[in-house]
Write a protein that binds this ligand. Structure first.
Ligand code: HEM
Length: 213
C-alpha cells in the first residue's frame, strides 16, 4: 500500500470513528440515564467541551506536522475541522431545541442579554462559512489565497470559544484557563513562525546579487 492509500483507507476511516466516540458516549449515557439530574445541561457541557477540543486539535495540526516532520498530517485537518463544526452544531441544536424549545423570542433575548451566549453564538455563526467552504471545489472557486485568509478566522473562533467558556463559569476558572493557555501556545507558534518567515525573506533579499545594467 502506498502512503496515500494507507491514509485514505486506514487512517482517515479510523480517525472518523474515533471522532464519533464522544458522541457515542453522550448517547450511551443519555440512553442509560447516566447524565445526572440535569441531562440537558450535561449534554450542553459535553458538546461544548468537544467543540473547543476539536477546534484546538485542528489548530494543532500545522505545528505538529512541522515540528514532528509529518507532512501527511495536513490531510486530516479538514476532517478534524468539520468535526469541530459537527460538535458545535450539536451544542447549538441542544440549546435551541432541548434548552429553549425553539422559542425564538427567548433565544433572541438570551443572545442579547447573556454575553457568554452572544460570543458563543457569534463564534458558531463564524464557523458556518468555514464548514461550507471546506470542500476542494470551494478552495478552487475562492482561490488559495482568499480561502486561506477566510480560514484564518478559525483563530478568532477559538478565542471566542475560550472567552465564552471563561464568561460562563462563575467560580472555577481552571478548565477554561487550560484551554486559554493551549490556544495562546498555538497562536504564539503561528506568530513566531510568521516572524521567522519574514526575516528569512529579508535575509534572502539582502543576500541576492544586485542586478546591474
Ligand atoms: C464555537 C462555538 C462554541 C464553543 C467552542 C462553545 C464551547 C462551550 C464550552 C467549552 C462550554 C462549557 C463546557 C463545560 O462546562 O464543561 C459551553 C457551554 C455552554 N454553551 Fe457553548 N460553545 C459554543 C457555542 C455556543 C452557542 C452557539 C450557544 C448558544 C447559542 C452556546 C451555549 C452554551 C451554554 C448554554 C452552555 C452551558 C452553560 C451551563 O453550564 O449551564 N454555546 N460551550
Amino acid at each position: 500500500m502506498t502512503q496515500q492509500e494507507w491514509i485514505e483507507r486506514v487512517i482517515k476511516p479510523t480517525l472518523f470513528v474515533v471522532c464519533l466516540i464522544p458522541l457515542a458516549l453522550i448517547a450511551w449515557d443519555a440512553f442509560n440515564n447516566h447524565l445526572g439530574a440535569n441531562p440537558i445541561e450535561k449534554i450542553m457541557r459535553r458538546t461544548g467541551d468537544w467543540t473547543l477540543r476539536f477546534l484546538l486539535i485542528t489548530l494543532a495540526v500545522t505545528p505538529a506536522r512541522q515540528l514532528l516532520n509529518l507532512p501527511w498530517l495536513i490531510k486530516l485537518r479538514r476532517m478534524l475541522g468539520l468535526f469541530a463544526f459537527f460538535y458545535a452544531f450539536m451544542h447549538f441544536t441542544n440549546y435551541i431545541w432541548l434548552d429553549q424549545f425553539f422559542d425564538v423570542d427567548e433565544i433572541i433575548k438570551d443572545v442579547i442579554k447573556r454575553k457568554y451566549i452572544t460570543i458563543g453564538f457569534a463564534s458558531f455563526l463564524l464557523l458556518i462559512p468555514l464548514a461550507i467552504t471546506s470542500t476542494n471545489n470551494m478552495v478552487k472557486r475562492l482561490g488559495g489565497k482568499r480561502w486561506q485568509k477566510l480560514h484564518k478566522s478559525v483563530y478568532f473562533i477559538a478565542i471566542g470559544g475560550v472567552i465564552h467558556y471563561l464568561w460562563l463559569v462563575k467560580k472555577d476558572l481552571g478548565d477554561p484557563l487550560i484551554y486559554a493557555v493551549l490556544l495562546a501556545i498555538l497562536l504564539g507558534y503561528r506568530v513566531w513562525q510568521r516572524q521567522r518567515k519574514k526575516s528569512l525573506e529579508k535575509e534572502q533579499v539582502a543576500m541576492s546579487p544586485v542586478r546591474s545594467g
